[in-house]
Write a protein that binds this ligand. Structure first.
Ligand code: PEP
Ligand code: MG
Length: 578
């Protein structure tokens, strides 16, 4: 009998094949005493296990394919760092000595102590760190207990074509499995932003997470269908399901092959309107993907990563070097550098800063507000961008503008820096363009004022929707109100696009809405001509652009703007009748 299990599809694609279950049994850690004269040997045994774990992780790290996203390396680096951290290495050794106990027990005690600290912190970022601690501890424990490696950890195992299921998978598991050529994976735990989900997407492997208790219904070698779009697993599928899914799989392959061919095609609609498709980038390593998908440039370069995991902010030179490298990779494609957008959902240290408790961080001192309050943080970045502009087409983009004074202050700072550079005869691009993000309803309503003084606008829908609907974008409980099609949101987008048209400056959209293909036709109809999206979705958006007729869509969008609800807007677009 076929059983259907539902989870969260986090990486699209269909896989059909047998299942391999990865089971990390609960380790049975017991305490035993060590005689005084053997304590040094026990410490040595612990040290050896740590060294072995480090060697194994380094070997995995070396096998990460060049093309893989920086995330994977980052995860494994975090584990390597932990393996070198005194909390996990020296403290257990001290406990072995003090309690005259075995290494496994000392490590368990230290793990329990660390987890209590993490649990008390009640913070999403730190919770993931807790999982990392558990992974590293488990790795050392298994070495101490001489446990045989799991199947996917053995280099000669044949897992090619298998769908891997586990309670949870670690980044190292994922890398090893990719080597074995697995078809897909699924986990009982995890959400859309879990390590597994992020890695699956960057490896292009279909995946589902959050399949609670699924392992109760699945046994080794069962036949499965995994649908990464719908988040469904069919266990022991019948003939009809198999033939349906084989057909869907073929269609999907044809679709992606066809998409790949669009790379060098211009994004022109049926009625000849050229659309500019740009990429959103977060890490320098991802810049190669911009060129790979044939993006026309970078419409949003989030620079917060430069400030992450460090004690003091980067200096001007560090900024300059980072931007210059990126400009080189882009080889003439325009680069839009968004100035620092820290605060609220973007904390550099997981929100552990000291100071007063902020009740509404999203409404607080973030992005341009923080930068203007702390010029020592902001000025080096601005100066570096301006200097880097001599190497290629660069644009400055200011996040979260809410009134004209903020914009004027930034423009003045830029003018002052240019004067300084002139005095020092330091070259820069005198045509350097400056734009602003429309993310606050106040700025959208007054987009005409900003359009008069800026060279371009870019609509940040992630924040614009948050502020328009008065919902915290990271609060699951009010997620249901996060509706890009809400008439208020649509009107603000439309107002902004019209303001740009009036002043003949480009208006882009760089929030997630721009990359969601279900909204592409509506946005084209509303007049959007510059989309900045995650490189992974760029070609899909291009396909829709190529299949669209702006004349028809403008009429539809006009009707959609009169709708009373998001549902009505969706219906209008789906029916496609004017
Ligand atoms: C946005 O708010 O839409 C945006 C692109 O900025 P971020 O998601 O980085 O806040
Ligand atoms: Mg934003």
């Amino acid at each position: 009998m076929t059983i259907a299990l539902h989870g969260m599809g986090v990486s699209r694609g269909i896989a059909i094949g047998k299942v391999h279950i990865v089971k990390r049994d609960q380790l049975d850690i017991r305490k035993y005493s060590i005689k005084q004269h053997l304590i040094d040997d026990e410490i040595k045994r612990f040290e050896n296990a740590v060294t072995n774990a480090q060697q194994q992780l380094r070997a995995i790290r070396e096998h990460i394919p060049e093309s893989t996203s920086a995330d994977i390396e980052g995860f494994i680096d975090t584990h390597l760092l932990m393996l070198g951290d005194v909390a996990l290495t020296e403290e257990p050794m001290r406990l072995i000595k003090e309690l005259a106990c075995n290494a496994e027990w000392a490590l368990k005690l230290q793990r329990d102590a660390l987890v209590v600290v993490f649990d008390e912190m009640d913070d999403a970022y730190l919770r993931t760190r807790k999982d990392d601690v558990d992974y590293v501890v488990n790795h050392i424990q298994r070495l101490l207990l001489n446990q045989t490696p799991l199947q996917h950890e053995k280099p000669d195992q044949k897992l090619s074509g298998y769908i891997v299921m586990a309670n949870d998978l670690t980044p190292a598991d994922t890398v090893l499995m990719q080597h074995h050529g697995i078809a897909a994976f699924a986990t009982e735990s995890g959400g859309p932003t879990s390590h597994t989900a992020i890695l699956a997407r960057s490896l292009g492997i279909p995946a589902i997470v959050g399949l609670q208790n699924a392992l109760r219904y699945i046994k080794e070698d069962d036949e499965l269908i995994l649908d990464g779009v719908r988040g469904i697993i069919l266990v022991d599928p019948d003939r009809h399901a198999l033939s349906d899914y084989h057909r869907l799989q073929k269609e999907e392959r044809r679709y992606y092959t066809k998409l790949g061919k669009l790379k060098n095609k211009p994004a022109v609609t049926i009625d000849g309107v050229l659309v500019d498709l740009q990429a959103n980038i977060e890490l320098p390593k991802d810049f190669e993907t911009v060129v790979e998908v044939g993006a026309q440039g970078v419409g949003l370069y989030r620079t917060e990563f430069l400030y992450m995991n460090r004690e003091s902010p980067p200096d001007e030179e560090e900024h300059y070097v980072a931007y210059t490298k990126v400009i080189e990779v882009l080889n003439g494609l325009p680069l839009t550098i968004r100035t620092l957008d820290l605060g609220a959902d973007k904390q550099v240290d997981g929100g552990r800063q000291s100071g007063p408790v902020i009740n509404n961080p999203a409404l607080g001192l973030r992005a341009i507000r923080l930068c203007l309050k702390e010029p020592a943080l902001f000025r080096p970045q601005l100066r570096a961008i301006i200097r880097a502009s001599v190497h290629g087409p660069v644009r400055i983009m200011i996040p979260m503008l809410s009134n004209i004074h903020e914009m004027q202050q930034v423009l003045q700072m830029i003018e002052d820096i240019k004067k300084e550079l002139d005095v020092l005869a330091i070259p820069y691009d005198h045509e350097l363009q400056i734009g602003g993000m429309i993310e606050v309803p106040a700025a959208a309503v007054c987009a005409d004022i900003f359009a008069q003084q800026l060279d371009f606008l870019s609509i940040g829908t992630n924040d614009l929707i948050q502020y328009t609907m008065a919902i915290d974008r990271v609060n699951d409980e009010v997620n249901y109100l996060y509706d890009p099609l809400n008439p208020a949101v649509l009107r603000l987008i439309h107002t902004t696009i019209k303001a740009g048209e009036k002043e003949t400056i480009p208006v882009a959209m760089c929030g997630e809405m721009a990359g969601e293909t279900k909204y592409t036709r509506l946005l084209l109809g509303l007049g959007l001509r510059v989309f900045s999206v995650h490189p992974a979705t760029l070609l899909e958006v291009k396909q829709i652009v190529i299949d669209s007729n702006i004349g028809d869509l403008e009429a539809l969008a006009k009707k959609a703007l009169k709708a009373k609800s998001g549902i009505e807007v969706a219906n209008i677009m789906r029916k496609g009748e004017v």
